[in-house]
Design a protein around this ligand. Structure first.
Ligand code: KG4
Ligand code: ZN
Length: 344
């Protein structure tokens, strides 16, 4: 089965063509057009600007994906498109385009949950079959979401914990803004953190000891704000900035790792999957690797390549395959976007 995936939920216009042969995925093409430079000027995403960019880019991006895969649309068996959660004006561009293509090309269509697709980025790597087993626990950490999801089988999601306020990625972005470092904050903070002292700034680990699997990142962000406002830190000094970034990164990652390990133990999972933009974070990847090896030696940790962690359409096409074979398609007339579509 050859699937065209389309993704426009936030600020990346993406299209990919993925082939599934005997449960293995081959990425025939993957094109991502990022709007980061545009949104960097405003220090964050302006939804209308994002939607206008998607409108400009969507058809050329799909065209590029077909050309890179050296095929025309006749070879496509199905189309998968993100229908939520996300910015409604951004989602509409991808979904309406997919509906028009489904109608004019006469191809079946499936609507995809963006968070579920992040989880399924883990199933793209060739050797997954030997490693990823159910029940599994997925930590989904992106710019808009932080969730721990238990899956007992394919396409079956139980959210066992989530953030009560800001998402982890959002906290990285906001703290980077407070430090005048630019947008998006995650990659910048983690790069600067490499030269910093992770204990230099005393920051809280909200909810780390609470007996649940929820998170709170607004408190950490506010604690960082108060430290900055205290005037104690010279933000023009490179070393001070590096120390601040390292301390913030450590605090955020400590909470994510602790809660993930606790949940993996409680539900006795066979696999732990990392996903979403923050999953590209090296400290998170390394810390989880070390902890799982030590505390859950019989569980397998799956880490998609950083490119598959941030928004892309390969993951949309991949999960589209599972929907196609396990749940069937939805007539294009019935596809609607849902900006707050929740997993489970
Ligand atoms: O999944 P994603 O690409 O888009 C959403 O669905 O939100 O995630 C974007 C988020 C941003 O908040 C960005 O700062 C964060 O992922 N991010 C990182 C890193 N790379 C991206 N956060 C921490 N460390 C990174 N290396
Ligand atoms: Zn995402």
């Amino acid at each position: 089965m050859i699937i065209l995936g389309i993704e426009t939920s936030c600020d990346e216009t993406a299209a990919a063509i993925v082939q599934n042969k005997s449960e293995r995925f081959e990425i025939l093409s993957s094109v991502v057009s990022s709007q980061v430079d545009i949104h960097a000027k405003t220090g964050g995403i302006v939804p209308e600007v994002a939607a206008r960019e998607h409108i400009k880019n969507i058809l050329p991006i799909i065209d590029q994906a077909l050309k890179k895969a050296s095929m025309d649309y006749h070879k496509i068996d199905a189309i998968a498109v993100t229908a939520g959660p996300g910015l409604i004006t951004s989602l509409l561009v991808g979904a309406e385009t997919a509906k028009v293509l489904s109608y004019t090309w006469n191809k079946p269509l499936t609507a995809i949950n963006h968070l579920a697709a992040h989880i399924y980025a883990n199933f793209i790597s060739a050797s997954w079959r030997t490693k990823i087993q159910f029940p599994l626990l997925a930590l989904v950490v992106s710019g808009g979401h932080t969730e721990l999801v238990l899956m007992k089988k394919h396409l079956d999601y139980q959210v066992i914990g989530q953030t009560r306020d800001d998402a982890a990625g959002e906290a990285f972005d906001k703290v980077a803004k407070l430090l005048n470092l630019g947008y998006p904050g995650g990659p910048i903070i983690s790069k600067l953190a490499k030269d910093g002292d992770r204990k230099a700034v005393d920051l809280p680990r909200p909810m780390i000891k609470e007996n649940n699997f929820d998170f709170s990142f607004a408190g950490l962000k506010t604690a960082a704000l108060y430290k900055i406002q205290s005037g104690k830190y010279n933000l023009k000094d490179k070393k001070t900035i590096a120390d601040f970034c390292a301390s913030f990164e450590q605090a955020a990652i400590d909470v994510l790792v602790e809660k993930t390990i606790k949940a993996a133990k409680k539900y006795n999972v066979k696999s732990v999957l990392l996903s979403g933009g923050v999953a590209a974070n090296e400290l998170l990847r390394e810390s989880l690797k070390t902890k799982i090896k030590k505390e859950l030696p019989f569980s397998h940790l799956s880490l998609p390549t950083p490119k598959l962690c941030t928004d892309n359409a390969t993951m949309i096409a991949a999960i589209g395959y599972y929907y196609a074979v396990k749940k069937g398609f939805t007539p294009w007339q019935k596809i609607e976007v849902d900006p707050i579509w929740q997993l489970g």
